[in-house]
Design a protein around this ligand. Structure first.
Ligand SMILES: [Zn+2]
Ligand SMILES: [Zn+2]
Length: 358
């Protein structure tokens, strides 16, 4: 599709757009770069809100190595600006959407219903000369049509949180939770809180273990049913006490920490599952007793992001107001102030910082 053809679809799209390009640690500037053009099977989304996640924060602060120049932002919402010629989609120009999990539909992972493993999982990686990345800190983003999800009239900033919610929905689906079971979430940062929200969708009791009293209060607001201040009480003993000595059927570690891993394993019930939901740099140690796992039929698995069905579920929860993620939004910055937005986001104790596009 040419720029002229895009104009023919009705919406005027400039040939250049503003993009926040991270050149290195604590170094980001907003540049004029060519607006991408959607090809066959692709949709051009005019981004309106992108949330700053841990990957972007760690790249910016230097806590995690990245390849620069980098165009971050993978939690994105906006509206359909143009549809590539010959694209098979029922999306309409102007519809509000979130950008999420895609897949090829042909590979082993797609055919076995585990499309998170597909090479096309992230859809289109944005490339602007040497700069690369998910491309959310920009006015426009191209994505394969199957990775563009309707959000109805949900606000852009909460629609942008479809991606982190989809990761939590994925973890909780893989846990095969049943109504009334006990789930522990360790760590009540944004990703821990997304897991609180997800576990509540399964009708579970959600016990949150956290050392920060303010975060515990936020956990209660987001639906946690039991709070453990891990700075004051032994969380393992307290979980046992809350569960008639059994321990919890599921424990989700939403912080990457050796102690969280140790505690998480120790508070599992028989047949319980422990989820490694967070990475940490440097990598924390993790030890477990194989015989004990064998005898008690416990298990461990990791989660990084959701299959398409999890993303779809997340957008439905947000679209129809079945969950309220608005308390997780701290502050908004315009794209032109992306540096200040990132400086704010890396401060401890912040929830989601939203970058708004002009
Ligand atoms: Zn994220
Ligand atoms: Zn595939």
């Amino acid at each position: 599709m040419t720029a002229a053809a895009i104009e023919a679809t009705g919406s005027r799209i400039d040939t250049t757009m503003r993009v926040g390009v991270m050149a290195g640690v604590h170094d980001i500037s907003v540049q004029d770069l060519p607006t991408p053009v959607p090809g066959r099977g692709e949709v051009l989304v005019r981004l309106r809100a992108t949330a700053i996640c841990t990957w972007e924060q760690r790249s910016f602060s230097g806590a995690q190595a990245n390849k620069f120049p980098f165009v971050g932002g993978h939690e994105m919402a906006g509206e359909v600006a143009a549809i590539g010629e010959g694209t098979d989609t029922d999306l309409q120009v102007g519809e509000r959407v979130a950008i999420g999990s895609a897949s090829c539909g042909k590979c082993h992972w797609c055919k076995t219903g585990q499309d998170r493993g597909c090479k096309q999982h992230y859809g289109v990686v944005s490339k602007y000369g040497p700069a690369w990345g998910p491309g959310g800190f920009a006015q426009y983003k191209v994505q394969t049509a199957d990775g563009v999800y309707r959000v109805g009239d949900a606000p852009f900033e909460t629609a942008a949180l479809s991606e982190p919610l989809s990761c939590a929905m994925h973890a909780n689906r893989l846990l095969e939770l049943r109504v009334g079971q006990d789930v522990v979430v360790i760590g009540a940062g944004v990703m821990g809180l997304m897991n609180v929200v997800a576990a509540r969708q399964y009708g579970c009791r959600v016990i949150v273990s956290e050392v920060d009293p303010e975060r515990l209060a936020m956990a209660a607001r987001m639906g946690a049913t039991e709070l453990i201040d891990a700075s004051k009480v032994d969380p393992v003993a307290r979980v046992k006490e809350l569960t008639e000595g059994r321990g919890a059927e599921a424990v989700i570690a939403a912080i990457g920490h050796e102690k969280a891993n140790e505690q998480g394993i120790a508070m599992l019930s028989d047949r319980g599952r422990f989820v490694l939901f967070a990475a940490a740099h440097p990598e924390p140690a993790f030890t477990f007793a194989p015989n004990e796992m064998h005898n008690r039929e416990t298990g461990v698995f990791g989660v990084i992001s959701g299959d398409k069905q999890d993303f779809y579920a997340a957008t439905r929860l947000i679209r129809y107001g079945l969950v309220d993620l608005s308390p997780l939004i701290d502050i908004r910055y315009p794209l032109e102030e992306i540096g200040a937005a990132l400086e704010h986001a890396i401060k401890p104790g912040t929830y989601r910082v939203i970058v708004e596009m002009p």
